[in-house]
Design a protein around this ligand. Structure first.
Ligand SMILES: Cc1cc2nc3c(=O)[nH]c(=O)nc-3n(C[C@H](O)[C@H](O)[C@H](O)COP(=O)(O)O)c2cc1C
Length: 363
């Protein structure tokens, strides 16, 4: 099937980016994705992986924020993603920040957003996920707190309790820069108490759903060390590295570079990949990591995997490249893995992260 996105993109880019996102999700809900991709073929075994007892046909997933209210997870999976993360969903519906709150930085292949957890709330997500339950494919749910909630732990607990039976994995998102005070939950004492409580809440559901943590890229070396220690001590199942950054690299050229919010896309790649490698070193490869930030090619995805990511996510590049990007990344990844002598994607995980004491792997 010919890639129609280069024709569609100039039209889409005439609209405010948030409207374009909503429009694309509506198209996907109507089945347009299947028409565009012709339904995706099974992924080659070299890309298959089993993690947390879940079968991932390939390691390329859709990051949180694109389908916040679980409107179209199955249509997104049909585009060829190995997994899809819905959310961030907050317990009660909330409107998020005033518009405009999403800016495309065309010249930088980037975006700045200050959405502020606009969410239809857990009722809506739970209803939609219940409707597609057991439809197949890996669908994770990213959980947040309401802006006006005084008890963050209670909000995350509610998310875990209500979504545990319907999600393939859950993510505690304490790393959005757009909810006041949220990132402070990454501090040592707060995080330890929070994760201890949330693991208990997960266990109380009787579900063995994996509980992941998503961290920010704007952390000091000491904070990163603390988080790695706390995550291991609390037996968190995995970590997503990383959310958007409040930093603004001096290389940015777009007129929207100075907008308040989190920066995503190409300029986030280097810093988020370095943090990923550091996190892999600190955790010694003992828990799966999901690498996200600026992935726009097979080489980018491969670099994340070599830095320590068992799985990779992307979002911003999708707006610039369209859904054919997913197939291009997968095909390119197979070539790169074979070139370096790997027969399974899992064998390439962390080979460039230099874990102290580990023997060098192929590649
Ligand atoms: C418009 C927008 C909304 C986002 N919303 C969320 C969100 O609700 N929860 C979350 O954990 N991450 C959110 N993110 C962050 C992404 O999941 C991802 O971590 C980040 O964009 C880096 O990946 P990318 O460079 O491939 O976009 C959002 C990103 C964008 C651009």
């Amino acid at each position: 099937m010919a890639d129609l996105y280069p024709i569609l993109r100039p039209l889409l880019f005439r609209f405010p980016p948030e409207s374009a996102n909503v429009f694309c999700l509506s198209l996907l809900r109507c089945g347009v994705g299947r028409i565009l991709t012709g339904g995706s073929a099974p992924d080659p075994p070299i890309l298959n992986q089993r993690l947390w007892g879940l079968d991932f046909p390939n390691p390329i997933g859709l990051a949180a924020g694109c389908d916040k209210d679980a409107a179209a997870p199955d249509a997104l999976l049909q585009l060829g993603f190995g997994f899809v993360e819905t959310g961030t969903v907050t317990p009660r519906p909330q409107p998020g920040n005033p518009r405009p709150r999403l800016f495309r930085l065309d010249e930088d292949r980037a975006a700045v957003n200050r959405m502020g957890f606009n969410s239809g709330g857990l009722d809506l997500t739970v209803k939609r996920l219940a409707r597609r339950h057991r439809a197949g494919g890996v669908v994770g749910v990213n959980l947040g707190k309401n802006r006006d909630s005084a008890d963050a732990a209670a909000d995350y607990r509610e998310g875990i309790t209500r979504a545990a039976a319907l999600a393939d994995y859950l993510v505690v998102n304490i790393s959005s820069p757009n909810t006041p005070g949220l990132r402070a939950l990454q501090g040592r004492a707060q995080l330890d108490a929070l994760l201890r409580e949330l693991v208990l809440a997960r266990d109380a559901t009787g579900m063995r759903v994996p509980l992941l943590l998503k961290i920010a890229p704007d952390l000091s070396a000491a904070e990163v060390r603390d988080i790695a220690e706390i995550v291991l001590a609390n037996r968190i199942d995995g970590v997503i590295v990383a959310n958007t950054t409040v930093a603004r690299p001096g290389t940015l050229r777009s007129r929207h570079a100075g907008e308040t919010g989190g920066l995503s896309g190409a300029p986030l790649f280097a810093a988020s990949t370095a943090l990923l490698a550091e996190f892999y070193r600190l955790t010694g490869g003992r828990l799966p990591l999901i690498g996200v930030g600026g992935v726009a090619s097979a080489a980018d995805a491969y670099a994340k995997i070599r830095a320590g990511a068992s799985l990779v996510q992307l979002y911003t590049a999708l707006a610039f490249e369209g859904p054919a990007l997913i197939g291009r990344i997968k095909t390119g990844l197979v070539t790169l893995l074979r070139r370096d002598g790997f027969t399974a994607v899992r064998d390439a995980v962390g080979v460039a992260a230099h874990v102290p004491g580990a023997s060098a792997a192929a590649g």
